[in-house]
Design a protein around this ligand. Structure first.
Ligand SMILES: Cc1cc2nc3c(=O)[nH]c(=O)nc-3n(C[C@H](O)[C@H](O)[C@H](O)COP(=O)(O)OP(=O)(O)OC[C@H]3O[C@@H](n4cnc5c(N)ncnc54)[C@H](O)[C@@H]3O)c2cc1C
Length: 487
């Protein structure tokens, strides 16, 4: 396993292909450091003996101890631990831990590459190639991001029907030694600080969409790959640092007729499994949300409770009711994820068919509970923000900059006039409202809300998954029986 320092040294050696606000930047650019520090937590915590059970696993390929973020789930216990590890780490950094895309992408490709080889009756070696790639990923303890979301153009048209065929990522040429890929994946979290980019399709595909049934992995600085990066950091602190300063980045990843050798290609043309892979990645990723969203619920609850206390309204009944609302969503989301893990098996649900074996035997989360949990927590994001806004009042929106709290001309006056609860020092009240301002009123706070709402798929996508997989007919029969209706 690597240390955070070794992870950073790896980033330092990568070629310059990051574009940010009109300039090319290094991976270790100071603006990227909050995100690197966030991911660094996954290395630091894995080193601690008390976290070994949660944060490490035994590789099923080599038998070696590996960071759990590189592991393929071998049983329901692994699914439980992934959920709990995610909640644990997201609490540490106070938000997204930025490393789950890799574990979710690898678990999805591991299964789909196996099925695609089966479909091809052994004519392809996607799965063996993926296992070789995976062994290196595990041994070198690499960070992976997962590039699924395509530009998608006209939402009502399928990939092959778009006016511009490049609006979904596709293979434009097949050669004896590899393929040439063109397209753009967008909103790709932590790609600018990842060692490897895993690419999977966005949606269900038809035979005429087969050029879009594509999965591969390349290093983040591969020739022909450009990243245009948005960096989400909170306002810098000079005088009153936060306990932990998290950060995030998202990239538009442009594949500019990029060559990918066959040994890095894990699906190419098998449209049936392209669609399955799209759903599988979403499924694994929605399971990650059952860890991170409860952690974010913990943070929102703690913030709301402190805001109430600092405003002296913590005992009022409307405030207690609002705490209960946050707790209900948080723990129902966690409970759904727990059930997802417990019911996990090496099978997927095929609408109209039911559960059927899928992949070489690794464990896949239960789809219904996964979608129910992610949808419930995703849709609650803005309501939770509303609760926090309500309890805080207007102060986080207009709170003075930290420099005014060190300027002798304003410092004492501000400390006098910010006072609310007399039992809490002015300094602590000021530090708290700075934190709430980061959450509620910063550009990054807004981006987090959109990410927590849409990440892993818009709520409507989860609703579609739920209604197409849930046995509604069986419920109709149930009620017919209860009502005494005889067809
Ligand atoms: C901060 C952030 C981080 C992200 N990180 C990643 C990442 O690391 N990797 C990754 O692959 N993706 C990532 N995403 C992308 C995320 O998964 C998508 O934003 C999400 O799936 C929604 O897709 P979209 O943005 O294209 O919106 P759309 O799908 O365009 O949704 C807009 C609206 O259109 C509706 N709609 C779309 N298509 C149809 C249709 N055919 N029929 C009817 N209605 C339709 C939707 O339901 C929704 O209401 C991230 C997104 C954010 C915001």
């Amino acid at each position: 396993m690597r240390t955070k320092q070794q992870y950073m040294e790896g980033l330092g050696k990568m070629k310059r292909n990051l574009y940010h606000n009109g300039e090319k930047i290094d991976r270790l650019d100071e603006h990227q450091m909050p995100c690197i520090n966030t991911i660094g937590t996954t290395y630091d915590e894995a080193e601690k003996p008390e976290n070994a059970d949660l944060m490490t696993a035994k590789s099923h390929l080599t038998g070696e101890t590996i960071n759990r973020f590189t592991h393929i789930h071998q049983n329901t216990e692994d699914l439980h631990k992934k959920q709990d590890m995610t909640r644990f780490l997201c609490r540490k950094v106070g938000g997204c831990i930025q490393r789950c895309m890799g574990i979710d992408g690898t678990n999805a490709i591991y299964n789909a590459s196996y099925e695609a080889d089966k479909l091809n009756n052994g004519a392809t070696e996607y799965h063996e190639n993926f296992k070789k790639w995976l062994e290196r990923f595990q041994t070198e303890d690499l960070v992976g991001c997962c590039a699924q979301t395509d530009v998608k153009g006209d939402r009502m048209k399928r990939p092959a029907d778009q006016v511009d065929p490049d609006l979904y990522t596709r293979v434009v040429e097949k050669k004896s030694d590899g393929i040439v890929v063109r397209g753009c994946k967008l909103h790709i979290s932590e790609a600018s600080v990842a060692d490897e980019v895993l690419v999977v399709p966005t949606r269900a595909l038809r035979p005429e969409d087969k050029d879009y049934a594509l999965a591969f992995a390349v290093p983040g600085d591969w020739d022909g790959l450009k990243q245009v990066v948005t960096i989400h950091n909170y306002r810098e602190r000079k005088h009153f640092p936060r306990g932990f300063m998290p950060g995030a980045t998202d990239s538009y990843i442009i594949f500019d007729d990029m060559f990918v050798p066959w040994e890095r290609v894990f699906l190419c043309g098998e449209y049936q499994h392209g669609g399955a892979l799209a759903l599988l990645f979403a499924l694994f990723h929605r399971h990650s949300y059952s860890g991170c969203k409860p952690a974010i619920g913990d943070v929102i609850l703690g913030t709301a409770a402190l805001a109430a206390e600092y405003n002296g309204i913590q005992k009022t009944s409307h405030v207690r009711d609002k705490f209960a609302e946050i707790i209900k969503v948080t723990e129902l989301g966690y409970a759904a994820g727990y059930t997802v893990s417990d019911l996990g098996k090496p099978e997927v649900y095929m609408p109209g068919v039911g559960f059927m074996p899928y992949g070489p035997g690794s464990y896949i989360p239960n789809s219904i509970y996964c979608n129910v949990g992610r949808c419930l927590t995703g849709e609650a994001v803005f309501h939770e923000t509303e609760i926090l806004t309500d309890i805080s009042g207007g102060v986080p929106a207009t709170f003075p900059y930290e420099g005014d709290f060190v300027n002798p001309e304003t410092k004492d006056l501000l400390n006098k006039y910010l006072m609310r609860n007399p039992d809490i020092s002015a300094e602590n009240q000021a530090q708290f409202w700075r934190y709430v301002g980061d959450m509620l009123c910063s550009a990054t706070g807004g981006i987090n809300n959109v990410g927590n709402y849409h990440g892993g798929g818009s709520p409507i996508m989860e609703s579609i998954a739920i209604t197409t997989q849930y046995d509604i007919e069986e419920r109709k029969e149930l009620v017919k029986g209860l009502a005494g209706i005889k067809d």
